[in-house]
Design a protein around this ligand. Structure first.
Ligand code: SF4
Length: 167
C-alpha cells in the first residue's frame, strides 16, 4: 500500500491492490462462532470479557449463527453423536472460514480416550489452528486470532485448501 500526501496539507490518497484492501478489512472483522461443550468454554468466556479487550483485534462480535461467522472455535470434548451437528454448523459457514481446535479434547480427544469421543476434530473438519493446553489460557485464544490475521495477510493456504475430503 502506498500513501501519498498532498503538498498543501490537503487530503492525500493511497494506492493498493483490491486483494490487499479486502484482506485488510477481513483481518479486522474475524467474527467467531464458539462451539463450547466443556470446561474450555469457561476460558472462552474469559477471553471475550472486558479484561482481554478482544475488540482490539476486531473479533469481539460473537455470532450465534454460523452463516455470519468466519472462525469456528471448538472448545471441549466432541463425541460421535455430536460430530454430525458440528460438521453441519461448519458447512453452514460462508467462505472464507477458519477452524480452531481449542484444548486437548478438541485437538486430540484429550484424556477421554474411549469409544464415545472423537479423537480430535480434525478427523472430520479441516483444522487451521490447534491451541494446546487443558485448559488453554485466554491469551492463547487471542494468539489464534492473530495467527489467522497473519494467514489472511500473507494469503497462507488454509487447512481447508489441503483438505482431502470435500465437505
Ligand atoms: S482440554 Fe481440559 S479444560 Fe478443555 S474441555 Fe478438555 S478437559 Fe476440559
Amino acid at each position: 500500500m502506498a500513501v501519498t500526501r498532498a503538498k498543501d496539507g490537503g487530503p492525500g490518497f493511497f494506492t493498493t491492490r483490491f486483494e490487499a484492501l479486502l484482506a485488510w478489512g477481513r483481518r479486522f472483522s474475524i467474527w467467531p462462532f464458539t462451539f463450547a461443550t466443556a470446561c474450555c468454554g469457561i476460558e472462552v468466556m474469559g477471553a471475550f470479557g472486558t479484561h482481554y479487550d478482544i475488540a482490539r483485534f476486531g473479533a469481539e462480535v460473537i455470532r450465534f449463527s454460523p452463516r455470519q461467522a468466519d472462525m469456528l472455535l471448538v472448545a471441549g470434548t466432541i463425541n460421535y453423536k455430536m460430530a454430525p451437528v458440528l460438521q453441519r454448523i461448519h458447512d453452514q459457514m460462508l467462505e472464507p472460514k477458519w477452524v480452531v481446535a481449542m484444548g486437548a479434547c478438541a485437538s486430540s480427544g484429550g484424556f477421554y480416550n474411549n469409544y464415545t469421543v472423537v479423537q480430535g476434530i480434525d478427523k472430520f473438519l479441516p483444522v487451521d489452528i490447534y491451541i494446546p493446553g487443558c485448559p488453554p489460557i485466554p491469551e492463547q485464544i487471542i494468539d489464534s486470532i492473530v495467527l489467522i490475521q497473519k494467514m489472511i495477510d500473507t494469503g497462507a493456504p488454509r487447512a481447508r485448501d489441503r483438505w482431502p475430503i470435500k465437505i
